[in-house]
Ligand binder design. Structure first.
Ligand code: A3P
Length: 289
């Protein structure tokens, strides 16, 4: 991996980040979903798409029943089928996503006034999720759990350190709460309906009283639930080809979808060690995980 402006990346990702920095032109009407790796981007993409387009589709014929959530919102830094100008061809308002740290997005992203929705997650769960994912994607480059954990704890992980990633968006959400919404995976799992209502409000499209009476937020949450999405044939079979010809099975984006699975993989002592490191890094920021 290469250290680029305080974050570690694989070389192929650096190339695409540099390209995005030069070519991405943020618009004030854009909304961008941002997250560190394995913090629930797939889920947030689905929720975001469903909330934004809720008046267009009924729940029996919804596009999310036939398309993987990763396909409904493009990544800023991943060109679609090699087309570098694809994002420019999209009409406003665009719904986009990124794993890039805030400081690596073009400076005009913040000044454009576009909305950003960020999702963070307990680093212990994000780590375990990443470890599984990494070993599936990088066949022949298996990394054992202990080595991976030590690397992750030192901030030496793909797009890491995660705490730097979290903090940049957290600070921006404090400074500009009308434009940056900071969500936690654990809160969303605990109270999904409350957070979907919050998301719609933030996006400037609050649920009407009628919609709430009709149970629309509940239906959206059900449609985007782990159980529903992971059981759909579209999400169980097939694959994507991502950057540097990396092949990813669509089903790999759905593993357990739960809070606290880390305890089934790393010891309490390791968990405490990572907690202490992260607490120290977040100290004074007001962000508590
Ligand atoms: P686990 O590996 O802990 O199960 P990302 O989408 O950012 O790659 O994150 C993947 C993680 O989100 C995985 O976590 C995956 O199972 C979980 N996930 C995917 N869809 C979800 C959903 N609808 N609800 C909750 N978690 C979901």
């Amino acid at each position: 991996m290469i250290l680029y402006k305080n974050y570690w990346f694989r070389p192929s990702i650096i190339e695409s980040i540099l390209r995005a920095q030069n070519s991405f032109k943020p618009r004030p009407e854009d909304t961008i979903i941002a997250a560190y790796l394995k913090c629930g981007t797939t889920w947030l993409k689905a929720l975001f798409f469903a909330v934004t387009n809720r008046s267009q589709y009924d729940f029996d014929h919804h596009p999310l029943l036939f398309r993987h959530p990763q396909e409904v919102l493009p990544f800023i830094e991943v060109p679609i089928q090699g087309n570098l100008t694809y994002l420019e061809t999209l009409p406003s308002p665009r719904l986009l996503s990124t794993h890039m740290p805030l400081s690596l997005l073009p400076k005009s992203t913040v000044s454009s006034g576009c909305r950003i929705v960020y999702m963070c997650r307990d680093p212990k769960d994000a780590f375990v999720s990443w470890w599984y994912f990494y070993n599936k994607v990088h066949i022949g480059y298996h990394i054992d759990l202990k080595t991976a954990f030590n690397m992750f704890s030192e901030g030496f992980s793909d797009h890491g350190p995660c705490w730097g990633h979290y903090l940049e968006y957290w600070r921006e959400s404090i400074a500009r709460s009308d434009k940056v919404l900071f969500l936690k995976y654990e809160d969303m799992i605990l109270e999904p309906i409350k957070h979907v209502i919050r998301l719609a409000l933030f996006l400037g499209a609050p649920f009407s009283i009628r919609e709430e009476e009709d149970g629309v937020p509940e239906q959206l949450v059900r449609l985007c639930s782990f159980e529903k999405l992971s059981s759909l044939p579209e999400n169980q079979t097939g694959r994507f080809t991502m950057l540097a010809n990396t092949v990813i099975e669509k089903s790999w984006y759905f593993r357990k979808g739960m809070v606290g699975d880390w305890a089934n993989h790393i010891s309490m002592e390791m968990g405490r060690k990572l907690d202490c490191i992260v607490e120290e890094k977040l100290k004074g920021s007001g962000l508590v995980l």
